[in-house]
Design a protein around this ligand. Sequence first.
Ligand code: ADP
Ligand code: MG
Length: 394
Amino acid sequence: MLNKKTVRDIQVSGKRVLVRCDFNVPLDKEDPSKITSDKRIVESLKTIKYLVNAGARVILCSHLGKTGQNKTLAPVAKRLSEYLEKDVPLLKDIISDETKDFVMNMNDGDVCLLENTRMYEEEENNDPEFARKLASLAEVFVNDAFGSAHRAHASTEGVTHYLPSVAGFLIEKEISALDGGINNPQRPLVAIVGGSKVSSKIAVLTNLLDKVDTLLIGGGMTYTFVKAQGGNIGKSLLEEDKIDVAKEILKKAEEKNVRLVLPLDTVVTDEMSENGNVFVSAPNEIPDEYMGVDIGPKTVELFKSIIADAGTVVWNGPVGVFEIDKFAVGTNSIANALAQSNAVTIIGGGDSAAAVEKAGLSEKMSHVSTGGGASLELMEGKKLPGIEALEDKE
Ligand code: ADP
Ligand code: MG
């Protein structure tokens, strides 16, 4: 549970409130003025509307893209104006006198948006002077940027040194779902961990072994586990230097009485495209020229039956190369099984969320996290600096 103060715990009427949102939305490659998914904007509206209705003067800020790309938040300002049904001016230079003048002359209920914080390299360096200037625009700070909470940057952590700082509703919702789902779940708790590499999931697997009843493994990391058990994995993804880690995880699962389930069968191909030869193989008998790219039909059935009996399912990482339609069957079947299940279903991880979204099933899940990296770090049991820096609940 979130043990931090939220917007409900402070007086905001008539105050200038700096709100850090996660408006790092995907933009169309051909036409960067087009937002391809505005989920993060929609998810930020609850906090913004609450502040507007409470009579605050709302100063929004966010990063967009990487430092050096200098992407403009103009399309976000436009979309916000539409959703809020009021003008949301974009203030071009965050730390200029004009911006200061503008915010000093705002009225209760007004909303403005500061330009992309990553137009300043001080943002990622968490430069104290930049953070102080940003903070000087406001009297209160609200962090609602869950997707950026794992980064200690000037606009997420730096500003908290200069202003009373609380959480917004999105951060509250994300923590309650992800932390609650893992640390206080309806049992049995089943985790599905996929994705590409063991190396990027060691911390998640290790932390989850202390929490879950059943751990289902899929995706690219499967083959390092199979190799650790002495199987033939052909050209499948292998991290030679993580074979010992895989052995260690298998051993720990046994010690902790966690049911760890590896795929029973796997879809293999001789070419990573729609055009290769494809068949289903035992994961430990993959021919030399072939690689595993999805879970097979028997595994889908097994995973489905385990999901059907679960109280809570936490999913991080696609179980196949879902970007290629032919190898997305396993991932889509898991998404459908979660959508149909009565369990609490929690999706963390950027690609897993994208897969669920692509299947049109987001609404059927209990929670789809807006933060890929942040949700992963939470599942690893880490503290998020952007949240730690907020004021504790009394
Ligand atoms: P998330 O963002 O949900 O945490 P990851 O980033 O860990 O997920 O993993 C997603 C990637 O894993 C996808 O790009 C997918 O193609 C890849 N992947 C899944 N299965 C395999 C596989 N068998 N071989 C290679 N890559 C895979
Ligand atoms: Mg990813």
